[in-house]
Design a protein around this ligand. Sequence first.
Ligand SMILES: [Zn+2]
Length: 283
Amino acid sequence: MNARAVRAGLAVLLLALAPAFAAPAAASDDRTLFVAGNVEFLLIHELGHLVISEFGVPVFGPEEVAADYIAVAALLRQKQAGGERGDRARAYLFAAAEALNASWQRGQDAGADVPYWGAHALNIQRFYQIGCLVYGSDPVAYADLPARIGLPPARAEGCPAEYARAARSFAWLLETYGRPDGPPTGHQIEIEYGATRSRVQQDLLDELRALGSIEFTVGRVNSLFPLKAPARLVMRNCGRPEAAWQGATRELVICYELLDTFYRLHGRVQHLEPGAPAARSGR
Ligand SMILES: [Zn+2]
């Protein structure tokens, strides 16, 4: 594992602390969307690392924060395009936020060490970053979101401008490094699914593949960014729940253990979408 893989592993360390507990009574569709949303968020986050390293994209501040902003901006862009995929993108964003909040709460309840020194922002900070950008993208539709998640008015006030900057930066990324109109000129990312190790993993993988989000997202990157060499998205068991872009081998690895982690974590999430009961804030 290279340094980035280790850092990515740390990102999900708190998630890994979620213990195995009995399956909740929630609808499996809801849980599938939750798992799919979190896999999608991690996938776009890691594709963000891939694009940043492939093209030497200049980044101010931690690359981990930039990768999160890329993931949120990409999903908000899909959401705004509307339709079924737009609805799903919105559900995925909330799923990612809910997982970060739940994993933080889980770590707090367990008395886990807080990695203040980490390359990533703390999970609870990543949760608020997503909340702020979602609110900022549509302050009217999400008028009650800041109060629901405990985002103070003074911070919420700046979120529309923060969202506008993120959307502008994402558009710049596409314009600057994206493929001009015309036939594809770059190499592609191939997808490889390794063997699963449990019924739960296989069922979740089948459901994810039926949704088609992974193929859609990788297809978008293939059509937008002319890569300099072939790359692979490899989904497999790794021995720990992590996701990482490994530049040396040009592999973006998403470990199946993450499916187990999100499957279990779903039992303790507090739903944040409008209409759901108020969340327990992370303060
Ligand atoms: Zn990362």
